[in-house]
Design a binder for this molecule. Structure first.
Ligand code: F6R
Length: 613
């Protein structure tokens, strides 16, 4: 969702901020803006649409200045237009603010401010916060830092903000609560952003603001941190592990395609140091201190959203099969709004690529408040979710820029596979022989993914045939049911074709009514325990003249005889089929979306960081 970039230093701020906003485009947004301070002037430039439109708009304007703030907005309060775009200026035009998050009590605050003579230009909650800061500053005749701090004590909701002043060319003020903000420390310069991607090419030294912290970034006085209750804090400087290449397309037409092709490596990176064939062992260092809790858990509850929720269902099959612990998989948004039965004997696994999903974060807080142990599976290092959990394992997939999750999904499933193996081994629920065999199979997955990627030309051909279908059905059984769900989600989110994923046997309880000569049905029909049942389901589709595209095990004959198209994938243990069967479905969605002229990396209405409920 919204993105923030800010700069203070000796260089021109505008181009640095503009480039940073482009790096944040992947988060999803509908307008952008930048404010720069120069010689006692505060110039604010804002435009609806893409950052390129802002760039074109300022082409003949003076954007110079060495301190500035920028924003990409994903509309919540007020439609996407130039006026509602950030930064928002104060009434006296002395200050400007960018804000991610939602100020929940903005309506009451706005009413009060109106009675004190404030007038508002936009429909946003952000402008209200700006005016509140201005009001406090003029009432108390205090520093801007203090005014921001006091204002934040009056607001409810979530925020990451950066404030700039017309009168002070040497200070940026930044603060966060429930919405991330990273400060980059360069030589005689500071950067500030909603995630590290705009910062990584300038410095590796960063400070992640904690909830309820406010910072002053000054070239003269350095970086000063306080809590919003006014307690001094010492900044904890960390080194960023992110590489700049990971943020570039590297010759691919889209980030999504690059990320699909990165999977042999990202799965390998995820297993590195955790799976050892020579020692015949699996170890997830990040959860070792809580291993006993997991091993003795009466029940595991997975909370997640979207693709991460699909990974959670694969995890359910893995953990139940290999470690014999009952697993329930919940939408984080549903879990948090009922009164779940959960206590200190439960273990909650929270899965999130971004580590910032508001519903997942809230589900964690609820489970924590009831005494449960929380294990995180996150991709983004230092993210809010990774910090809210008791322990966890990073997926190490590298930055995922395409909005549709691909390599993060397979990395999440890899961590869950490792976790299930580790727990199964500890509990003695898998035989030594099966454990060793599974280890070899899992270790081989990156090579198998590589070989599936070689079927791309065939998948493009299939995409060409079905690209104009208005609907599609995805079927799978057992551990491949979540693969069907994920295949359907990938297609609908980037190509806007209506698609549904179903357990194959459920088809006859409803979706079979949709099948006609036009309707493509994608079936995961690999040779596993439910193979024959799936073959029967394919027969049912064919009997109604539906088109069947099946993902089969290499060498398969039965399905080949009845399906319209088959895509072969290498044989692997049933437990790990999702890791390879997902790949052709990702490629298929990608090609269909490209052929339909869709914006693959930034599909309409979607955001990479869903930081609102
Ligand atoms: C789909 C997709 C979304 C996310 C969901 C959760 O391709 O990307 O469904 O999976 O918004 O996001 P995270 O994993 O960041 O919590």
């Amino acid at each position: 969702m919204c993105g923030i970039v800010a700069y203070i230093g000796k260089q021109e701020a505008f181009p640095i901020i503009l480039k940073g906003l482009k790096r944040l485009e992947y988060r999803g947004y509908d307008s952008s803006g930048i404010a720069v301070q120069k010689d006692g002037e505060l110039n604010i430039f804002k435009k609806q649409g893409k950052v390129a439109e802002l760039e074109a708009y300022v082409a003949d304007k003076d954007t110079s200045g060495t301190i500035g703030i920028g924003h990409t907005r994903w509309a919540t309060h007020g439609e996407p237009n130039d006026v509602n775009a950030h930064p928002h200026g104060s009434g006296n035009e002395k200050f400007a603010l960018v804000h991610n998050g939602i100020i929940e009590n903005y309506a009451i605050l706005k009413e009060e401010l109106i009675t004190r003579g404030h007038t508002f230009k936009s429909d946003t909650d952000t402008e209200v916060l700006m005016h509140l800061i201005e009001e406090i500053k003029s009432q108390q005749d205090c520093s801007l830092f203090r005014a921001v701090r006091l204002a934040l004590n009056e607001v409810h909701g979530a925020y990451a903000i950066v404030v700039i002043s017309k009168d002070n060319p040497d200070e940026l003020i930044a603060a966060r609560k429930s919405s991330p903000l990273v400060i980059g420390i360069g030589k005689n310069e500071y950067f500030c952003a909603s995630d590290a991607t705009p910062i990584v090419e300038f410095t590796k030294n960063v400070v992640y603001l904690e909830d309820g912290e406010i910072a002053s970034l000054s070239l003269k006085d350095g970086l000063k941190l306080k809590t919003i209750e006014n307690q001094e804090k010492t900044p904890y400087i960390q080194e960023l592990e992110m590489k700049l290449e990971a943020l570039e397309k590297g010759g691919y037409e889209h980030f999504m395609l690059k990320e699909i092709y990165e999977q042999p490596r990202s799965i390998q990176d995820c297993m590195r140091g955790r799976l050892s064939l020579s020692e015949n062992m699996v170890s997830l260092g990040g959860i070792l201190n809580y291993k006993d809790k997991l091993v003795n858990a009466k029940r595991i509850i997975v909370v997640a959203c979207g693709t991460s929720w699909h990974a959670g269902i694969v995890g359910e099959y893995l953990i139940e099969e290999l470690a014999r612990i009952p697993v329930e998989v919940e939408y984080a948004s549903e879990f948090r709004y009922r009164n779940p039965v959960i206590d200190e004997n439960d273990v909650v696994i929270a899965i999130s690529q971004s580590g910032e999903t508001a519903d997942t974060l809230a589900a964690i807080e609820l489970a924590k408040s009831r005494g449960a142990t929380i294990v995180g599976i996150c991709n983004v290092v230092g993210s809010s979710i990774s910090r809210a959990t008791h322990c966890g394992s990073y997926t190490h997939a590298g930055p995922e820029i395409g909005v549709a999750s691909t390599k993060a999904f397979t990395a999440q499933v890899t961590v869950l596979s490792l976790m299930a193996l580790m727990l199964g081994r500890e509990k003695g629920t898998i035989s030594d022989e099966r454990f060793s065999r599974l280890l070899i199979d899992l270790d081989n997955i990156p090579h198998k993914v590589e070989s599936v990627l070689k079927t791309d030309a065939q998948i493009q051909h299939i995409a060409e045939i079905y690209k104009d279908s208005p609907n599609a059905l995805y079927l799978g059984r057992g551990i491949n049911f979540p693969v069907a769900l994920e295949g359907a989600l990938k297609l609908k989110e980037i190509s806007y074709i209506h698609a549904e994923g179903y357990p194959a046997a459920e088809m006859k309880h409803g979706p079979i009514a949709l099948i006609d000569e036009e309707m493509p049905t994608f079936v995961i029909a690999t040779q596993d325990a439910s193979y024959e049942k799936v073959v029967s389901n394919i027969q049912e589709v064919k009997a109604r003249k539906g088109k069947v595209i099946a993902i089969v095990t290499k060498g398969d004959k039965d399905v080949k005889g009845i399906a319209d198209h088959v895509i072969e994938i290498p044989k692997t243990d049933d437990m790990f089929v999702p890791l390879i069967a997902t790949i052709p479905l990702q490629l298929l969605s990608y090609h269909i979306a490209v052929m339909r002229g869709c914006n693959v990396d930034q599909p309409r209405n979607l955001s990479k960081h869903v930081t609102v409920e």
